[in-house]
Design a protein around this ligand. Structure first.
Ligand code: UGA
Length: 459
């Protein structure tokens, strides 16, 4: 919405949410209090806020005035009922559709921006057809479009300004063209793909499934490298040099995190099973299995290197966000890996340049809350005594038995390992799951080193 407001000053863009606290933060004069960290966001916000971009909690009024309503709510994995642990929870989508039916007047284009299961537009259409005690007597007319988002966090502004493509699915040409005309203000017409509703919904899930599949593919090969003496960086480069394969999304790591890939893969497998396409479901589920396995095997590697005794070992965790340049921790690989290590008896000192102590606490709490709901198990383990947050990198590695790099933050690439080796315990281990440590430099210290996707870790 920020980029639409920037590129289309003649359009009034109104972002509404029921969460007053969030809206207050988006309106905060101090730009440090904006609720998300995203590079290059603030300058655009400064240009557009209160010019033609407004944040408020006045949901009914803004729906009533709008020609186009974008539904941008969360669609998390369901934790109870039919499809629990797999299907997306559409309760927020349904609520939005009900409110749109209730408050809109005249012609309204309703756009699915949230990532949704295939056929969600059908559900929205049905709700829009059922009157919701509207206070207005002005007739209502709806057209539902699917317009999925392909931005990735940390690169959101660049992805929005220079998208590979814009996808608009729908049935009504006039509405499709109207939405297209908004994007045409800064995106070339050839990049705007117009499809039917179901192709658009399915393409979004498929794009994320393909991206996740590439990561699982390269991660599976990283394990082969470790036993054969091949080097995963060299393999990635060689494989990605084939223009049919391409070089993007071939970085091995601790597995994909974020709010999208896992959820969308679960969604896709659920859909396939619903249509009795069990082999297809199993195929996509294996992408998730490799992802879980990669995280488990990293924890196992740490455990093995600490002589199979993690009890009271101090491990310094570098990076808690699911990737660099974001403070988002949803489904971050760090969550699973930290929990595995704590379960082995380790004590963790967690550092992240952008994630706060409270956010880490919430991430662990919601992990256990999900487990509790899914397994009907009401005893979350006592957990908070087993980790500390430290905003100072040097302090966080003090007396560490091991350092585990889990996010590829720029500042971790510049670590002076010689200096760090004087702060940790003698001959501490460094585990690099993001392949960012300069091997030659660390070799000169007395640190032990293990790097994902390479055979020769050294002691
Ligand atoms: C992803 C997609 O890339 C976007 O196109 C999509 O719009 C978005 O989901 C969504 O559906 O909302 P995002 O989750 O923000 O974007 O981040 P990615 O850059 O895709 O990274 C996802 C995870 O994969 C991260 O944990 C990252 O570290 C990992 N990754 C990525 C790798 O391990 N290796 C790679 O080569 C690339």
């Amino acid at each position: 919405m920020l980029v639409i407001a920037d590129k289309c000053p003649e359009i009034s863009v109104n972002v509404v949410d029921k969460n007053a606290e969030r809206i207050k933060r988006w309106n905060d004069k101090d730009f440090k209090n904006i609720p998300v960290f995203e590079p290059n966001l603030i300058p655009i916000l400064k240009r557009t806020r209160d010019r033609n971009l407004f944040f408020s909690t006045n949901v009914s009024k803004e729906i009533q005035l709008a020609d186009i309503v974008f539904i941008c709510v969360n669609t998390p994995t369901k934790l109870e009922g039919l499809g629990s642990g797999r299907a997306s929870d559409l309760k927020w989508i349904k609520l939005c559709a009900k409110e749109i039916e209730k408050y809109s007047e005249g012609d309204t284009i309703v756009v699915e921006k949230s990532t949704v299961p295939v056929k969600t537009a059908e559900l929205i259409k049905q709700i829009l057809k059922s009157p919701q005690n509207s206070s207005s007597s002005i007739p209502k007319n709806f057209s539902v479009l699917s317009n999925p988002e392909f931005l990735s966090e940390g690169n959101a502004i660049r992805d929005l300004l220079y998208p590979d493509r814009i996808l608009i699915g729908g049935e009504d040409k006039k509405s499709i063209d109207l939405l297209s005309s908004v994007y045409e203000k800064w995106v070339a017409k050839e990049k705007i793909i117009k499809t039917n509703l179901w192709s658009s919904e399915l393409s979004k899930l498929t794009a994320n499934a393909f991206l996740a599949q590439r990561i699982s593919s390269i991660n599976s090969i990283s394990a082969v490298c470790e036993v054969t003496g091949a080097d995963i960086k060299e393999v990635s480069r060689s494989v990605g040099g084939d223009s049919r394969i391409g070089d993007k999304f071939l970085s091995a790591g601790p597995g994909f995190g974020g709010s999208c890939f896992k959820k969308d893969l679960l969604n896709l497998t659920y859909l396939c099973e619903h249509y009795n396409l069990n082999e297809v479901a199993a195929y996509w589920n294996s992408v998730l299995e490799i992802n879980n396995w990669q995280q488990k095997r990293i924890s196992k590697e740490v455990f093995e290197k600490l002589c199979k005794n993690a009890s009271n070992k101090k491990i310094s965790i570098l990076g808690f966000s699911f990737k660099a340049n974001t403070n988002d921790t949803r489904d971050s690989p760090s969550i699973n890996i930290c929990i595995n290590l704590i379960e082995q008896g380790a004590f963790l000192n967690i550092h992240d340049p952008k994630v706060t102590e409270d956010e880490i606490k919430n991430a662990f709490a919601s992990y256990f809350e999900d487990i509790k709901q899914l397994n009907n198990n009401d005893k979350p383990p006592k957990f908070d005594d087993h980790w500390l947050f430290n905003a100072d990198l040097n302090k966080s590695v003090k007396n560490a038995d091991a350092i585990l790099i889990l996010t590829e933050w720029e500042e971790y690439k510049e670590i002076d390992w010689d200096k760090i080796s004087k702060l940790t315990k003698k001959a501490a281990w460094v585990f690099d799951t993001r392949l960012i440590v300069d091997n030659d430099k660390i070799l000169k210290t007395n640190l032990n080193f293990w790097c994902l996707g390479k055979k020769n870790s050294f002691e």
